[in-house]
Design a protein around this ligand. Structure first.
Ligand SMILES: [Fe+2]
Ligand SMILES: [Fe+2]
Length: 401
């Protein structure tokens, strides 16, 4: 199991006997809420679970402990590893010994009907009650506030840190699920396969020490940009009432590949450099020649943003360009510019950021390159935050006015 962290108070005799009491703990989610135990006496939270008894597997202990503490039945087939935390401190009952506890955390689901709670004496004494909560991060903060409440500080800290890690993991899992659903909704082509290919080309070269246009600067991932542009291309397409001349599947494929050329060093510029990579991929997947060349033309021409004003521009190409331009704007643009300021100057201050927003972000967001009414509407919606944000920051950093 993945080791999450260790809590070692080093308050024991290192030569002392070691008392081991491994435990199993459950991260149970139902309808977006989590099952936790609240100590009414010391006002902290913990995941349900407890000691693994002799002859028991961790999974068996998990089912039994959750049942005893909360009355809920864990479905054994749903138990999945999350991670383990090692705790080492002086044994409270034997001052010459070391108490060593390996805590195994598992994801699990519950089902069936609820049974009678049968808590142990110390649990009754602490006033443990089961509770459903919707925010693990809030529990981590609550535990921080209860570290000196008189309860076991190592336990409260342990749960506090696991709440944070579980919160992060759950968010990342939900994001990955949404992303997979979004990709599946794109259509019949193997978009997941194309994205995996583009990711491998981009990320192989995108390192902090990388060269050329694809150098990883300011935490800007070209692959993440690609996925976001895909989202904007889809939104633009759906928002456009007259879809004449827009080839949706080709737009999606060209969007996936549009910046793949950033993964290679080439004097041609990244758009043109992406053409042979796109062509090889599509040919190898049996795409018809004319379609392959059309998609390659979209990729090769996408960065010539002056062409957006051309009234005869291909509508699919225009949509790709608009989607590409929309990504870096608005709230995301403000975060990106903050990262850029920080990347250029290690000791950058709030004032440096504010200055950059005034000189660069706001003027750039005012210069709308969008051509279609749908693109303009998205642009305005996205960028309206910039000016307001900057005026608020100005007030925050000004002494008087
Ligand atoms: Fe590009
Ligand atoms: Fe791009």
């Amino acid at each position: 199991m993945k080791e999450l962290f260790t809590i070692d108070t080093k308050d024991y005799n290192p030569e002392g006997r070691v008392h081991r009491r491994p435990s199993a703990r459950a991260i149970i989610e139902k309808d977006g809420r989590f099952l936790v135990m609240y100590s009414q006496k010391y006002r902290y939270y913990k995941f349900p679970g407890g000691g693994i008894e002799a002859g028991e597997t961790p999974q068996e202990a998990l089912v039994r402990e959750v049942r005893e503490e909360s009355g809920y039945e864990v479905i054994p087939g749903t138990i999945e590893e999350f991670g383990s935390v090692l705790r080492r401190n002086r044994d409270a009952h034997d001052s010459d010994a070391i108490f060593e506890q390996e805590n195994y955390y598992y994801y699990a689901e519950i089902g069936g009907s609820r049974v009678q709670i049968t808590q142990e004496d110390y649990e009754i004494e602490e006033g443990f009650v089961p509770m459903w909560v919707d925010n693990l991060y809030a529990l981590s903060r609550a535990n921080r506030g209860s570290l000196r409440s008189g309860g076991d500080p190592a336990l409260i800290e342990r749960e506090m840190r696991v709440f944070d890690l579980a919160d992060e993991a759950v968010r990342a899992r939900d994001f990955a699920r949404d992303e997979a659903a979004a990709i599946a909704a794109l259509g019949d082509e193997d978009y997941a396969g194309m994205l995996a290919f583009v990711r491998s080309v981009l990320e192989d070269h995108q390192t902090e020490g990388g060269r050329g246009a694809n150098k990883l600067e300011f935490g800007y991932s070209r692959f993440e940009h690609t996925k976001r542009v895909l989202g904007w291309a889809k939104r633009l397409y759906e928002a456009t009432p007259d879809k004449t001349g827009i080839r949706y599947a080709d737009l999606m494929i060209a969007t996936v590949f549009h910046d793949v050329g950033r993964g290679v060093d080439s004097p041609m510029g990244h758009a043109k450099a992406g053409v042979p990579i796109t062509r090889d991929y599509l040919r190898s997947r049996g795409f018809e020649e004319r379609r392959t060349e059309y998609i390659c033309a979209l990729v090769g021409e996408h960065s010539d943003k002056f062409r957006m004003a051309d009234p005869n521009i291909d509508r699919t190409l225009l949509m790709l360009m608009e989607a590409d331009c929309l990504d870096d704007m608005g709230a995301l643009g403000l975060v990106m510019d903050t990262l850029i300021v920080r990347g250029r100057k290690e000791n950058a201050t709030f004032y440096d950021c504010y200055n950059h927003y005034c000189r660069y972000t706001v003027p750039m967001q005012k210069e709308c390159p969008m051509v279609t009414p749908e693109g303009k509407a998205f642009w305005d919606e996205k960028t309206e935050i910039a000016e307001r944000f900057v005026s608020l920051i100005r007030r925050d950093i000004s002494l008087f006015d």
